[in-house]
Design a protein around this ligand. Structure first.
Ligand code: KG4
Ligand code: ZN
Length: 332
């Protein structure tokens, strides 16, 4: 079973080909244009997708050594995401499905992120606790099997990646700010400033990062000459403290000994290191997918479709896009 997968929910145009769940190609084209505006400009994102999608899909097919005749099914992200961006990918996929008479599987973007730990390492056991942490989402899931998961907590305001990006902007760093803060933090003192750890002591698995954002803003007004490396390290430490504490508690209280992280922020070096240490010291399995499966990508979209097909889920008769329920760091 060969699947062509397409992902255009935000600002990455991506296509991949999978053969029985194994990735043959995974092409991602990131849109640099938004860094000038300090956040994603939805209209520009859709136009960039239009320009890129044909080439990216052709590259994915070519690198997999196949063409549309060798494809059995098409998978495409149908939400959540930016409406214009989703439209480009879904219309392109629909066009291919009609022209080449292939079944079309809509895929939920966050579900695709949730199962990317299994894409990286199929030996990851069920049930697992998966932390999806990206620019649009921060949520904890109990993943029971290939078809069943439960969200046990989510952010009440900003996503962790959104907090990284917005704080980076206050520090005069370019979008996306997460990687820039990660780099600067390596040269800074993480204990220099005690920024708030939202909801860390609360029973719930929910997150809140807006207090941190406000606190950094006030700090910068009062201390304009503080070392940027120390601010970056302290901010990152505060975010990672909360992410690790809640994930650890979710695993412990649900008696689960397998943990995965996913989404763009999963590339953060401190998060990786501390999550790995936490899991290894308890002899739990820990999976942190490679960055090409963490950032927005089509391999995870194809993998989820492959899981559904393996479990005999038919393609829906009615294909819709559902852009709702998303928070984005949109430029103003
Ligand atoms: O999953 P993703 O590519 O797109 C969304 O679905 O949001 O995630 C992008 C987010 C951005 O907020 C970016 O700043 C963050 O991931 N990010 C990082 C790192 N690399 C990317 N945040 C912290 N540390 C990093 N190394
Ligand atoms: Zn994403």
């Amino acid at each position: 079973m060969r699947i062509l997968a397409i992902e255009t929910s935000c600002d990455d145009t991506a296509a991949a080909v999978l053969h029985n769940g194994t990735v043959l190609s995974n092409i991602i084209s990131s849109q640099d244009i938004h860094s000038y505006w300090g956040g994603i400009v939805p209209e520009l994102a859709s136009r960039e997708h239009v320009k890129a999608i044909g080439v990216i899909v052709a590259q994915a097919l070519m690198q997999a050594g196949t063409n549309m005749d060798g494809i059995d099914a098409i998978a495409v992200t149908n939400g959540p995401g930016l409406p214009g961006s989703l439209l480009v990918g879904t219309q392109f996929a629909k066009g291919l499905a009609l022209r080449f008479n292939k079944p079309l599987y809509p895929v939920h973007h966050i579900e695709a992120h949730i199962y990317s730990g299994y894409l990286e390492n199929p030996a990851l056991t069920f049930p697992s606790i998966t932390l999806v942490v990206s620019g649009g989402h921060t949520a904890l899931f109990v993943v029971r099997n290939a078809m069943e998961y439960e969200m046990i907590g989510t952010t009440l305001d900003d996503a962790a990646g959104e907090a990284f990006d917005k704080i980076a902007k206050m520090l005069g760093l370019q979008y996306p700010g997460g990687p820039a803060i990660d780099r600067l933090a390596k040269e800074g003192n993480a204990d220099a400033i005690a920024f708030p750890r939202g909801l860390i002591n609360q029973e719930s698995y929910d997150f809140s990062f807006s207090g941190l954002k406000t606190s950094v803003k006030r700090f910068l007004q009062k201390h304009p000459h503080e070392r940027i490396e120390d601010i970056a390290a302290s901010v990152q430490h505060a975010i990672v403290d909360v992410l690790v504490a809640k994930t650890l508690r979710a695993a412990t209280s649900n008696n689960i000994n397998a943990v995965a992280i996913a989404g763009g922020v999963a590339a953060n070096s401190e998060l990786n290191q501390r999550m790995r240490q936490t899991c290894e010291s308890r002899h739990w399995m820990f999976v942190s997918p490679r960055s090409a499966y963490c950032m927005d990508n089509a391999a995870m979209v194809g993998y989820l479709a492959a899981l559904r097909i393996r479990n005999n889920v038919p393609p829906p008769a009615d294909f819709r896009i559902s852009p709702a329920a998303i928070r984005r760091n949109v430029a103003h």
